[in-house]
Design a protein around this ligand. Structure first.
Ligand SMILES: [Zn+2]
Length: 309
């Protein structure tokens, strides 16, 4: 059977709600969930697997039966899922725990190791809850501070001398990473712009090397709009480029071809300006002067048409 992603997500949330309800103030080390019993029979096999893959849950075989147990990270995730973050009691419990731990190291010169059950007594908090807080490094994860840890799980707690000190702000690194990614994106965009004509967006239709001389090779890029870039010779402007020449920038010189049986006239467009050199306008042949002249005008208008998507 397959489930939609939405369905799968809902089932994960449901699993967390049921687990946190069953756990209550109990220790994550002691409460095991039986997938074959209510209320967990509605939890999909794939959900349990997902929770394990996420590092929230661990699987154990107890008397040949599968059982699941929350890990510290799973407990924090569970607090989040059931909305404990919005509840002031979580903050109160955390403040109480932090204050007690701080008292232990106040005025000391090195880390202090304390008996877990003594610590629990001093906090006045539920034993299971304190266990979960140490197990998950709750204070460190939520308040970003140096936290106590197990010296021996469930028995001894090590409180560092610098307990409560702010951990380094790693968000600064994340911001740096984001900035780097933003720059990479900009570069990628620019590269993309280079594969299309910067004036009209026409795609590249050809590129490669072009011989410049007997020994040298140049490179050319041709665009669908007619633009042709090259480091060799004979570049051609995009019709949307403001530098693209106007017809007036050519002098249309007419010459007669007495020997040609049909095309008695040739019209040579002579560039009058520097920009006129940015379009290779070919000569026109005609039976009459007008016809030869008209050929060049037509060729010009054809070349000057802006590229359309
Ligand atoms: Zn173009």
């Amino acid at each position: 059977m397959t489930f939609s992603q939405e369905n799968q997500k809902d089932n994960v949330s449901l699993a967390f709600r049921e687990m946190m309800a069953e756990l209550g103030d109990g220790s994550v080390a002691l409460i095991l969930f039986d997938p074959n019993r209510e209320p967990f029979r509605v939890i999909y096999q794939t959900t349990w697997k997902e929770l394990i893959d996420q590092g929230w849950l661990e699987e154990h075989e107890v008397e040949l039966q599968t059982r699941y147990r929350l890990k510290g990270a799973g407990w924090i995730e569970g607090l989040w899922r059931v909305g404990a973050y919005k509840d002031q009691t979580l903050e109160q419990k955390m403040s109480g725990l932090a204050a007690t731990l701080k008292e232990y190291v106040k005025g000391r010169e090195r880390d202090v190791v304390v008996l877990f059950h003594k610590l629990v007594e001093r906090t006045g908090l539920p034993e299971g809850w304190v266990f979960n807080a140490i197990e998950s490094s709750l204070l460190s994860k939520l308040w970003n501070m140096r936290d106590a840890s197990w010296e021996e799980r469930g028995t001894l707690v090590r409180i560092p001398l610098n307990f409560g000190m702010k951990l380094l702000d790693h968000t600064a690194d994340i911001r740096a990473d984001l900035e780097m990614m933003r720059k990479e994106l900009e570069t990628a965009k620019e590269e993309l712009r280079e594969v299309t004509c910067s004036f009209c967006g026409a795609p590249i239709i050809g590129q490669g090397s072009v011989p410049v001389s007997e020994h040298d090779e140049g490179y050319y890029v041709a665009y669908a709009c007619g633009r042709y870039d090259t480091d060799a010779y004979g570049e051609q402007a995009c019709p949307s480029d403001p530098k693209f020449p106007k017809l007036e920038e050519y002098e249309l010189v007419l010459r007669q071809n007495p020997k040609d049986p049909v095309f008695k006239w040739t019209c040579f467009p002579q560039p009058k300006t520097r920009n006129a050199g940015l379009l290779h306008l070919s000569s026109g042949y005609g039976r009459t002067e007008e016809e030869a002249n008209q050929k060049v005008v037509e060729t010009y208008h054809q070349a000057a048409k802006p590229w359309k998507r």
